[in-house]
Design a protein around this ligand. Structure first.
Ligand code: ATP
Ligand code: MG
Length: 366
């Protein structure tokens, strides 16, 4: 077993609501996993979110941001709370500030059917669902975020921004990701850009830049799909898709649709990745309806942590990190295959019990 040379430092931002509950369980799983693989892993807990705002007047202060920026990776629970808002009425969402300030353009949202988890589709092929939505996360329709324009009392406008630089980076990311997945899955990688190039100039431009980047990756299949057709086909034949880069807003919507295919928000991990930083967090929010009850499904958080270990490995941490990532995913799969059922899929296993079931499978799978 390879022992990595340096300890890597993780900024933990549990946030609010079930964010804090799933983060605690996640650390409880990562610690024995790190010991087993000889990974040097240290954690620093940072406070940010809606309750931080309520108590201190700042959702994420500059010192906290600076600590997060220095860390090797950021592992985030979820942030926001009903009734706690900025004076202008917008939601408390420092995770969006991290995304913009750290330039995390690639929003990775893997959608994968876990063994034993009930799926929305009855077709047996649904068990093969294994795709990644790659949501551009810094521009598109979110570029105007909070800065739209109310022209007069009868009209408001938000501007969509598509830049060549970001589209190139996102497309490169998509092809490189597809290549890694192809090697792992033993089948050709297919990258499908999801757009609306038949109507919008910005999407026609995005498609042109994507096609240019595709030329540099002749070993992979590049294709396009309109967003409306993709909404249909993600229900009709989601097992046919591989890597789906798309604009910010489209990615936001498709991610929730994708999560719905494989058991719901409790099973949807995510990573927001830039050139130098990355934030890993479940796709779900703080779920005030179940917060404080120990019912939250920590699977999305655990799978996000697996994405983090894999990213750290790829960025020079070494093979031990990638092995640990694969083992964590395998342990989650094995736990559900072995009958684990969380309340969101009709079972009884709470947050802590689910964490324990996964720890039990670490080491058992090999
Ligand atoms: P956000 O605005 O941050 O996206 P949201 O309003 O979309 O948040 P979520 O917090 O994601 O809402 O929750 C949506 C629903 O899914 C809630 O009813 C919640 O109970 C359920 N849910 C979300 N995450 C989990 C989880 N990890 N385990 C169980 N149920 C969850
Ligand atoms: Mg949501």
């Amino acid at each position: 077993m390879a022992v990595s040379r340096n300890a890597l430092h993780i900024a933990l931002m549990p946030g609010d609501g079930i964010g804090t509950e799933v983060t605690e369980v996640c650390v409880g799983v990562l610690e024995p996993l790190a010991r087993r693989h000889g990974l040097g892993l240290s954690f620093e807990t940072l406070r940010a979110g809606a309750f931080a705002y309520r108590d201190t007047g700042t959702a994420m202060d500059e010192a906290t941001f600076a600590r997060a920026e220095k860390a090797d990776a950021i592992l985030l629970g979820a942030m926001g709370w009903p009734g706690i808002r900025y004076p202008d009425g917008t939601e408390i969402a420092p995770q969006l500030d991290l995304r913009f300030r750290l330039g995390l353009y690639a929003g990775l949202r893997p959608i994968r059917a876990l063994p034993g988890v009930p799926l929305a589709l009855a077709d047996p092929r649904a068990a093969q669902i294994d795709l990644v939505i790659l949501r551009e996360s810094t521009e598109g329709l979110f570029a105007a975020r909070g800065r739209g324009e109310i022209i007069d009392d009868r009209e408001a406008r938000d501007t969509m921004v598509i830049t060549r630089a970001t589209t190139e980076r996102l497309s490169e990311f998509a092809f490189n990701l597809a290549r890694r997945r192809a090697a792992r899955r033993g089948r050709p990688g297919v990258v499908t850009l999801v757009d609306k190039a038949n109507v919008f100039t910005g999407f026609a431009f995005m498609r042109r830049v994507f096609d240019e980047v595709a030329q540099r990756h002749p070993d992979l299949v590049a294709s396009h799909h309109y967003i409306d057709a993709m909404a249909l086909d993600l229900i009709r034949r989601p097992w046919d898709f591989d890597v789906l880069p798309t604009e910010n807003m489209f990615g936001d919507i498709l991610s929730d649709l994708g999560a719905g295919l494989v058991g719901g928000m409790g099973f949807a991990p995510s990573a927001d990745i830039g050139d130098n930083h990355a934030v890993f967090q479940p796709s779900h929010g703080t779920a005030p309806d179940i917060a404080g009850k120990g019912l939250a499904n920590p699977t999305a958080m655990l799978l996000s942590a697996a994405l983090m270990l894999d990213w750290l490995g790829e960025r020079g941490g070494g093979q031990a990190w990638s092995d640990a990532a694969a083992e964590l995913e395998g342990a989650v799969d094995a736990a559900f295959a072995g009958g684990l059922r969380t309340p969101d899929i009709g079972g009884k296993a709470g947050t802590v019990e689910t964490g324990r079931a996964v720890i039990d499978k670490i080491g058992a799978s090999r």
